[in-house]
Structures are given as C-alpha cells and as structure tokens.
Design a protein around this ligand. Structure first.
Ligand SMILES: Cc1cc2nc3c(=O)[nH]c(=O)nc-3n(C[C@H](O)[C@H](O)[C@H](O)COP(=O)(O)OP(=O)(O)OC[C@H]3O[C@@H](n4cnc5c(N)ncnc54)[C@H](O)[C@@H]3O)c2cc1C
Length: 552
C-alpha cells in the first residue's frame, strides 16, 4: 500500500508539503476548509459590482512581495509548469526598480532599487534609508546595532535578542523623532513586522537581509508577480499537483486530530464531521486555528503543541481600488510613511502581462488600473474618522484610506481623486461586525520572546508534522517563504519516518557575509562563557565610534 498523507490546510505551507511528498511517491490528499487554495496568498474573483462579471477582476488580501533573500519559494515556483508560456510560474516573477516614499510633511522620494555600481553608490547603499534626514549619531548608532546582530552567534540571537523588542534594541524612545518615524517603521511597511513588538532577532535579521539584498548585484532587490497570484501561480500549481496524483478537497474543515489510545499516534482526523484515516498527518492551518484542531490530549502529548496558542497575530489586510485611469506612480511599491493606518500600496497593471490577465478585457471595460493597498495598523484612529480601522464600516475604511493616500499624493496637485475610483473591494476575509469589521485571516507576528513558543515541523506525535508560517524556520518571518520552508521540513520529516527511499528536499540557510564569521565564532565562545557581546570590536569597525548606548 502506498504511504498515505493527509495534509490539513491548503495554503503555501500545505501545498509545499503536498508538492514535495507527491514527487517522492506518497499518496497525498489536501483537505482545505475554504473553497479555494492558496490561503492568505490566494487571489479571488470579485463577485459583485462593476469589477465582477463573467470574466471578473481579482481581489486579494494584499499584494505579494518576494525580496531577494527568498530561496525556497523561487525554487518551488521553478518546478511548476505554466502552460500559457510553456515555461514555469517562476517566469511570472518580475522585478520592481523603484519605491515611492511619500510623506505628508517632507519631500516625496523615489528610492532607486537597482544595485550599486559606483563606489559612491555603494557608500550610499550602506547608509540606512533616510540617512540624510537623521542626526549623524542616529545613523552611526543604527549601523552599530545592525553590526551587533550581524556578529552575534545563533544562540545569542535566539535567547538574548529574541527576548527584547526591536524598539528597545534600537533605543527608539531615546533617539530623534525622525529616527523613530523613519527607521523604526520602515520594515513594517513592506513586511509583517511591528517594530514595537517584533523581536530584535527577527527584525534585525530581516532588516539585514533586505539591506544585503539591495547590495547584491546578481539579483534584483525584489520581485512581484505579473498577474493576480492565483492566476499566475496558485491555480497552475494545483493543476500540476493534481496531474501528479494529489487529491484536492475543498469545503473540508478539520475539527479534530484524534490521538490514539497509547497517546503516540494520530489515528484519525475529523474532517467535515467524518473520520478520515491516513498514515501521516501534516497540519498546515494558521497559528490561531491549530489549537482548536489539536485536542488537549494531543497538546499534552507534546508541550510544544500547547505553546502554539501563545503566539500572537495582528491585522494586515488589503483594499483594492479599480481605477478608470491607470495611475502607475512609480515602478514599484509605495510607502505612505506618516499615514495613520500605515498604508503601503502598488499600482499593479504596469506589471501585469496582458496576454495572461488583461485588466482592460475583464470585469467592466471602464477599469484601466488597479491600485492595491495594505492597511497594517488597525488600532490607530484615522486622520478623518476618529476611530481605528477595525471599528469602521467597509465604506468608512474606503473613504479614510483614500483621504490618507490623498494627503500624501495630492500635495502639489491632484493625482488621486474620488472620480478615479470606479469600484473597490475590501479583503473578503473582513466581515461586517456589530462594531466595524471582524478579521477571519489575521497574520502571525514574531513578538519578543515568542521563539520559544514556535514549534518545530517535527512533533512528539509520531505521525504528525506541522507546515505553516509559525513553524521554526531559517526564514523566520511570517511569510510565504517561511510557510514554504516549513512545508519542506514537514515533508522531510514524513520521508525520514517512511519506507520510501528518496532524497530529502533542500532547506536553505539565510546567507550573511562570510567576512563576519570569525566574529560570530568568537561571540559563540563568549556566549558559552556567559560573557556579553563583543561591543568593543564592533566599535573599532565603525568610522567614528557610536554615540548612542554602548553595545554591551
Ligand atoms: C495582507 C497580507 C500581505 C502579505 N504579503 C506577503 C508578501 O508580500 N510576501 C510574503 O512572503 N508573505 C506575505 N504575507 C504573509 C503570507 O501570506 C503568509 O505568511 C503565508 O501565506 C501563510 O501561509 P500558510 O500556509 O502558513 O497559512 P495560510 O495561508 O493561512 O493557509 C492555511 C490554510 O488552512 C486553511 N484552514 C484553516 N482552518 C482549517 C481547517 N480547520 N481545516 C482545513 N483547512 C483549514 C485555510 O483556509 C488556509 O487555506 C502577507 C499576508 C497578508 C495577510
């Protein structure tokens, strides 16, 4: 009998596990509670209003961003055929070349994302963003903090740095207001990190990866997709896996993983009130759902399962505007630095391949452009409505988002006006509630001290593995990349315990410049001896020495 695997949850984590397992000869079934695959990464056809219609436009939770340090996702995508072009879905990744950084009270900037070529450009790239707006001592201090992370050994990062927030680590309260506003919040704009709550370990590591990505002359700094995510990636993925034999079930919500009498193995999963039986179970549901599916007995069988419930989530959801005129603005992302709701956006049509997904030929022909906006702060009152986004009606959210964008974009002449909005769709996972909206798809955030609560893919239950973005991974950030790495780790664990002889799938390390390895090694010895970080050595690397808090 082939070795059967039930994958519970059809997001990026579950689909990756299914992909790696079916390629190695396992008999895989994916059970997905919703009606579409792809989880938080999926796009969905618009169902009402002008953007709907026979051949509808798509909406999504938020736009997709693939920074240069992603290794697992591009490799998986290069193994998914894309029939319309005869290539793979990895060919649908296109690079951006600019980022619009719009402020209400300062000059609008367009950051060039191309890698540095001249010595002058290199020196410029090594400076933190907005360096010219910050007091020099803040710039030196941030450089020192980044070097502290870069030269810390793994154990120091996992224990000392994970236990403090990025906000504390960069001494944000004691720095200049410009530092707080610009530096401490810039990563929040593009990735799911909250500078006040995220651990210094995750934020420091990812900040460095984003910075290093910009310096690598061999790769573009970031990619995005050339069409709606499901059209150019997820749907072809499902088709290809189905052809390889994966059985896909939708509307199949798991409510319990039943632990056998001896407490060592799962003996059935309850899906849609019916028991289903498999040799192995890969649980690939979000962090806030996993504790409901894992019984108390299962959670007692492996304490790391009980700790999943302690992980934190936050809201990060999108709203899409369908415009009667295209408004490209810049060839990349847009960051609205002092918007109350931490808005970021992208004008999508300029990147979309008309032959694959022609905006002009879908939904209402009057739609010429698609502006996709993500709201990352749902708790701060708006600048027009005196309440946070989560307490607003969808209509109020739309009006306030447009006002906040307008405050940034229309300072020297109107670029975005109400007249341009032909239709709009708020993330369908947000549902009207008694007060404001409810969110069915919050996003994990790696808060200070949370690493100890994040489980490994392999669990203490013999035939249960985990494959979602909260699993401990090298990629670390709540992202499609982490979910993919988790799916690979889960597949390797299933493979190792099976009779199937096949090579495991690759799990990549994050790469950091080797030049710092001797200092990391030295730090490892110091850490083992209970000694503080080698702050003095770092200070010697800096041109003028830090003027902020000493490193140790
Ligand atoms: C607005 C927004 C923007 C983002 N942008 C980016 C980005 O640009 N780049 C990036 O890398 N990441 C981004 N992310 C993060 C990324 O989308 C997620 O981290 C990743 O998709 C999570 O994948 P997952 O498989 O772990 O979980 P999910 O995507 O949550 O998938 C879990 C699946 O399980 C299903 N499920 C739930 N309960 C059950 C049940 N009981 N039984 C069966 N199935 C169940 C769900 O329906 C879902 O399909 C973004 C997230 C958001 C919200």
């Amino acid at each position: 009998m082939p070795h059967s695997v039930a994958v519970i949850g059809g997001g990026i984590g579950g689909l990756t596990a299914a992909h790696e397992l079916v390629e190695r000869g396992f008999d895989v079934t994916v059970y997905e509670a919703g009606d579409r695959f792809g989880g938080k990464a999926r796009s969905m056809p618009v169902t009402e209003g002008p953007a709907a219609g026979e051949d509808p436009l798509h909406c999504e939770h938020g736009f997709r961003f693939f920074p240069a340090f992603y290794q697992h996702l591009p490799e998986t995508m290069a193994r998914i055929p894309f029939e319309p072009t005869g290539g793979t879905v990895a060919d649908n990744l296109v690079s951006t070349s600019e980022t619009l950084v719009a402020a209400v009270d300062g000059p609008e900037q367009v950051a060039d994302l191309s890698p540095p070529k001249t010595p002058g450009q290199w020196i410029q790239s090594l400076q933190p963003a907005f360096a010219d707006e910050l007091p020099p001592e803040d710039v030196t201090f941030l450089t020192e903090r980044l070097l502290y992370v870069l030269t810390s050994c793994e154990q120091r990062r996992a224990e000392e740095l994970d236990e403090q927030s990025w906000w504390e680590f960069v001494d944000a309260e004691e720095r200049s207001p410009a530092f707080r506003r610009r530096i401490a919040t810039i990563t929040q704009a593009l990735v799911a990190l909250r500078p006040r709550r995220a651990s210094a370990r995750t934020m420091g590591t990812i900040y460095l990866q984003l910075l290093l990505g910009q310096l690598d002359p061999t790769e573009p700094t970031e990619h995005i997709l050339n069409g709606p995510t499901s059209t150019v990636w997820i749907d072809p993925w499902i088709e290809s896996l189905a052809e390889q034999g994966v059985d896909f079930r939708t509307g199949a919500a798991a409510s319990d993983l039943r632990l056998g009498q001896r407490g060592r193995r799962i003996d059935a999963a309850i899906v849609d009130r019916e028991p289903i039986d498999a040799d192995d179970y890969v649980l690939a549901v979000p962090a806030e759902v996993a504790p409901n599916v894992l019984s108390d007995r299962a959670q007692r069988a492996d304490p790391q399962l009980a700790r999943i419930g302690r992980l934190d989530t936050a809201w990060m959801n999108g709203i899409q505007f369908y415009l009667s005129e295209d408004l490209p603005l810049v060839a990349g992302h847009q960051v609205y630095t002092d918007s109350a709701w931490a808005l970021t956006a992208i004008s999508q049509r300029q990147f979309w391949n008309d032959e694959v997904f022609d905006v002009g030929a879908r939904g209402d022909p009057a739609v010429e452009g698609v502006l996709s906006v993500i709201i990352s702060d749902w708790s701060t009152p708006g600048s027009r409505v005196d309440k946070p986004a989560r307490e607003c009606t969808p209509e109020e959210i739309k009006t306030e988002v447009l006002a906040q964008l307008g405050d940034h974009l229309n300072r020297e002449g109107e670029r975005l006006s109400e007249d341009l909005i032909h239709d709009w769709v708020l993330d369908p996972e947000l549902e009207p509630a008694e007060v404001g909206v409810e969110n069915n798809a919050p996003l994990l955030i790696n808060t200070a001290g949370s690493l100890k609560n994040r489980p490994d893919a392999a669990t203490g239950i013999e035939n249960l593995t985990l494959a979602a973005d909260y699993v401990r991974t090298n990629s670390d950030l709540a992202s499609m990349e982490s979910a993919n790495e988790a799916g690979r780790r889960a597949a390797n664990d299933v493979l190792e315990r099976s009779d199937i002889r096949a090579a495991p799938t690759t799990v990549y390390e994050l790469t950091e410049p080797g030049v710092f390895d001797p200092l990391k090694l030295h730090d490892r010895m110091r850490y083992r001896l209970g000694r503080p970080h080698q702050g003095d050595a770092i200070r010697r690397l800096l041109p003028s020495g830090p003027t902020g808090r000493p490193a140790d």
